[in-house]
Ligand binder design. Structure first.
Ligand code: SF4
Ligand code: SF4
Length: 489
């Protein structure tokens, strides 16, 4: 990371986050929000636009999350209420073995995302408070069960669709976990940031830490480190702070910061696009396809809300005689969420390799360009989520008033930006994402292919341009006003 970085946890306003209960205020807030959504989902008004569950989950959460990811980082995972049952499971000491090796990767999380978005459309989840509440219940149960039976925060790392979305787009965030002095890590024997500081009985060891004062190059100082049963957890997703090059898999829990006995791990600022370089991510198919696939899923999710999809569905029903919507959606998600992304990506990688006469495998070529899809995909989700959110950004106030037994004052809280202003914001997000993607692709192509980089870049730039044109087509269509009919009607 850059030497210009700022240690955010040294700032007086944020120092408390280092404390043992640093996450608790945010977790408590999110837990209360989740409980309120559960209660209203099961017992509140059946209209989606007046219920905390639907408006909270599908409108406000999604709008806020894209803003938070871009400006701060993975704050949802930091305050995630679903980790509370996980912690309970840990305390009950049910933790067992590691997650099965064949499931350790992003395939399960990607499948979860596809299924969630398919169910979202097929069951009209956005219109059903009760179904939304069931999704929240399912989340709590899945987090508890997986944490109870497996180590390594299996739910967060391998399964959680929300976490997967957050991991991918926190790669754009201006913050990242790192260490102040790598020499201290080299001398640290316990590596508590990843191992934790727990021991069944009190145990003590000494670390010989290099002294950096002038004229004392060879000097060290011994630091006593004590572990006890009241110690601190290490990184749940097994990230090792001194070697972190990415926010992927980082839930921003800050356990590493708390566990480090040398106050060496912290949260730092970083320049834009820092980790979207070749080599910052593992060169794996699942990692690359997760980022690329999420871009396609963003298009698909928005496509499901515009008139052409209904025309397509009618044509499908007329041609096949199959009127069931879920079948049509299954086909749509299979083609648009799996076959097209896979086909287009393999074709782009093959063409780039052929034109550059590179010896790299298709996987390695794809890994070079996958980071460009982070800004591209983010622009698409931004355009979608900010639209629904900004149509009625204060609608949670009257809904909350009604939830608390008062009279909902809709008239006072129905102000919103004009549709033109929202369209401008959507367009700005799409263009910024596309320009960022071209820049990342160009930089990575130059790094990987040297003088032959232009041909490879041109192929992937054409791929990105096609996605951009598709995005503009989709976002210039009238979109269903899900979750905010009250304000529009
Ligand atoms: S971050 Fe702290 S605990 Fe981790 S290796 Fe460095 S000094 Fe040790
Ligand atoms: S403990 Fe791991 S997941 Fe938590 S903030 Fe540190 S690196 Fe990220």
């Amino acid at each position: 990371m850059s030497s210009q970085r700022i240690d955010l946890l040294e700032m007086p306003a944020l120092r408390w986050l280092r404390g043992r209960w640093g996450r608790l205020p945010l977790q408590t807030l999110f837990l209360l929000a989740a409980l309120a959504m559960l209660w209203d989902g099961f017992t509140g008004p059946p209209e989606a636009s007046r219920n905390l569950a639907t408006v909270g989950a599908w409108v406000h959460y999604r709008g806020l999350i894209v803003v938070a990811l871009l400006l701060v980082g993975n704050v949802f995972c930091m305050g995630c209420p679903f980790t509370l049952p996980r912690t309970l499971a840990k305390r009950l000491s049910w933790r067992g073995r590691r997650f099965p090796a064949f499931l350790r990767g992003k395939w399960l999380a990607m499948a979860g995302l596809l299924v969630l978005f398919w169910l979202y459309e097929a069951l009209d989840m956005w219109a059903s408070p009760a179904l939304t509440a069931w999704v929240i219940v399912f989340y709590f149960m899945a987090a508890f069960a997986l944490e109870a039976f497996f180590t390594e925060s299996a739910f967060c790392k391998y399964v959680c669709p929300l976490g997967t979305f957050n991991f991918v787009y926190s790669t754009l965030a201006p913050t990242q976990i790192g260490v102040k002095d790598p020499a201290v890590c080299a001398a640290c024997t316990g590596k508590e940031c990843v191992n934790g500081a727990y021991a069944p009985q009190v145990s003590i060891h000494l670390d010989e830490i290099p002294v950096r004062a002038a004229n004392s190059n060879a000097a060290t100082r011994a630091v006593q480190v004590t572990h006890s049963p009241q110690g601190t957890l290490g990184c749940g997703t097994l990230l090792y702070a001194p070697q972190m090059t990415s926010n992927l898999d980082c839930t921003l829990c800050l356990d590493c910061v708390r566990a480090c006995p040398h106050a060496n791990a912290s949260l730092f600022t970083r320049p834009l696009g820092t980790e979207l370089r070749v080599g910052a991510w593992a060169k794996r198919w699942d990692v690359a396809l997760m980022v690329i696939g999420l871009t396609w899923l963003g298009l698909l999710n928005a496509f499901g809300m515009i008139p052409p999809v209904y025309a397509l569905q009618a044509d499908f029903a007329a041609a096949t005689g199959i009127a069931a919507e879920w079948v049509f959606l299954l086909l749509l998600f299979g083609v648009g969420g799996v076959l097209l992304p896979l086909g287009a990506t393999l074709a782009a990688a093959w063409l780039a390799r052929k034109l550059t006469r590179a010896r790299a495998s298709l996987r390695e070529v794809t890994a070079v360009f996958a980071p460009a899809f982070a800004p591209m995909g983010f622009g698409i989700w931004w355009a979608h989520y900010t639209f629904h959110w900004l149509i009625a950004p204060l609608s949670f106030v009257p809904i909350l008033q009604e939830f608390l037994g008062g009279r909902a004052d809709w008239a006072t809280w129905n102000s919103a930006p004009s549709l033109e202003a929202i369209a401008l914001l959507q367009g700005a997000g799409l263009v910024a994402g596309f320009v960022g993607a071209l820049w990342v692709a160009q930089r990575n192509a130059a790094q990987a292919f040297g003088q032959r980089s232009f041909a490879a870049w041109a192929i992937w730039a054409a791929y990105l341009l096609a996605l951009m044109l598709l995005a503009f087509f989709i976002f210039t269509q009238p979109m269903e006003m899900r979750g905010s009919e009250w304000f529009i009607g």
